[in-house]
Design a protein around this ligand. Structure first.
Ligand SMILES: C[S@@+](CC[C@H](N)C(=O)[O-])C[C@H]1O[C@@H](n2cnc3c(N)ncnc32)[C@H](O)[C@@H]1O
Length: 183
């Protein structure tokens, strides 16, 4: 089974089980950013059970063989993700943390050059605040689902405006769009 078939099979599993993974179009856009930026150390909030993390890891592995730390607080999702990471031969570059991101991020010692925020939407502003000092200068911070869930993320919109944090809202596909911040 090649990479495309493997990801399609995972995505079909999502459709059957109603798991809110990023779309193929969004995955392609984010993978292109990883490629252009030559990302070496990535942080993801909200693993769910695989799809986004495996996409990012395959890109990191193909180019630079570096790593991604991904945080998930649901044990069921975490354990399913671990199985899927092994099936995709990317478990060696993924550091999966079974934690509440709000508690573990302050304890992380590393700095990241790409942060993908896809956890509980109404906590997006808190996640952004927490990852700010963990993100390298010129690092990319992406926050997912900022258009369709804007009503749950008003504190995020207020926060970036009040703190004059430059950002772009980018519609990605018919599903939704992202907020992109270059630190
Ligand atoms: C939208 S899903 C993530 C989808 C995944 N990024 C993908 O595209 O394949 C959001 C996930 O974030 C997790 N989550 C929400 N808030 C969290 C928190 N505070 N700490 C850790 N995980 C969290 C949820 O359990 C859920 O699995």
């Amino acid at each position: 089974m090649n990479e495309k078939e493997f990801l399609e099979e995972l995505k079909n599993h999502w459709i059957k089980n109603d798991i809110p993974n990023i779309s193929f179009v969004n995955a392609k856009f984010l993978r292109d950013l990883i490629k252009i930026k030559k990302v070496k150390n990535m942080l993801e909030i909200g693993t769910a059970n695989w799809f986004s993390t495996i996409n990012f890891a395959l890109e990191l592995k193909a180019l630079w063989y570096w790593k991604i730390t991904t945080i998930e607080f649901s044990p069921n999702s975490h354990w399913e993700a671990l199985k899927n990471f092994k099936n995709a031969w990317v478990d060696d570059i993924i550091n999966p943390l079974l934690w509440n991101a709000l508690d573990i991020i302050p304890k992380l010692k590393e700095k990241y050059d790409f942060v993908f925020i896809d956890g509980m939407k109404k906590r997006s502003k808190d996640f952004l605040e927490l990852v700010w000092n963990k993100t390298r200068k010129w690092g990319i911070i992406i926050i997912d689902d900022v258009i369709k869930f804007k009503h749950k993320m008003l504190s995020l919109y207020d926060y970036v405006d009040e703190n004059k944090i430059e950002h772009n809202i980018i519609p990605i596909d018919e599903d939704d769009g992202i907020m992109m911040i270059i630190k």
